[in-house]
Design a protein around this ligand. Structure first.
Ligand SMILES: [Zn+2]
Length: 195
């Protein structure tokens, strides 16, 4: 149902209630007197529930149909962050019992986004820790040389990292794979020594 119709119906129901209230309030007055006391003509509208227009600023009961209709726009990329999920809380808190500390810290540092494609991680994404400067090029294991990427983004970057380096024996960086899909999480508590 369109909001406009709903609002008109609400206005009608409100009017009925007010009308009954006003009539009860003045049982000895004529209906017309009651109407004139509580309903004013303002602009084109003869049925505005308002204080009498003796002053210039009547207090008006705004009608539902006067409220501009604002359609809700979803910010798609943000939605997953507010589902109360792992990614969100790890990002907020920098730590989460089910996510290794290293990953949680990376998530926080990267504000929940993949360092390669810039999109937010979703709970079911498979992510991997990448060495910004690849180990094959002398990159270290230090935290500031680590970043969290989608697995597919990691693969892309690794291919790019290796271009021209080992023409005869291409070496792909060993992925430190972390899969946080729920089934894996249940068993990963104990073995989660990655951090
Ligand atoms: Zn990515």
């Amino acid at each position: 149902m369109c909001s406009k119709e709903t609002f008109s119906k609400l206005d009608y129901l409100t009017y009925q209630k007010l009308r009954r209230w006003a009539n009860r309030r003045h049982p000895n007055k004529k209906k017309k007197w009651v109407v004139n006391k509580y309903w004013q003509t303002i602009g084109e509208d003869h049925w505005v529930f308002a204080t009498p227009q003796e002053g210039n600023n009547p207090i008006i009961l705004i009608k539902h149909s006067q409220i501009p209709i604002v359609r809700h726009i979803k910010v798609k990329d943000e939605v997953s962050l507010f589902d109360g999920d792992l990614v969100y809380w790890s990002t907020r808190m920098g730590t989460h019992p089910e996510v290794s500390i290293k990953i949680a810290k990376l998530l926080k540092k990267q504000k929940g986004k993949c360092a390669h494609c810039g999109l937010h991680f979703k709970p079911d994404d498979v992510w991997e820790i990448d060495h910004v400067n690849p180990k094959a090029k002398g990159g270290r294991n230090a935290f500031n040389n680590l970043q969290l990427l989608h697995r597919h983004c990691h693969h892309q970057k690794s291919r790019f990292d290796m271009v021209g380096m080992f023409d005869n024996h291409p070496v792909i960086e060993e992925p430190c794979e972390v899969n946080i899909s729920r089934t894996v999480l249940k068993t990963s508590q104990q073995g989660d020594l990655l951090a």
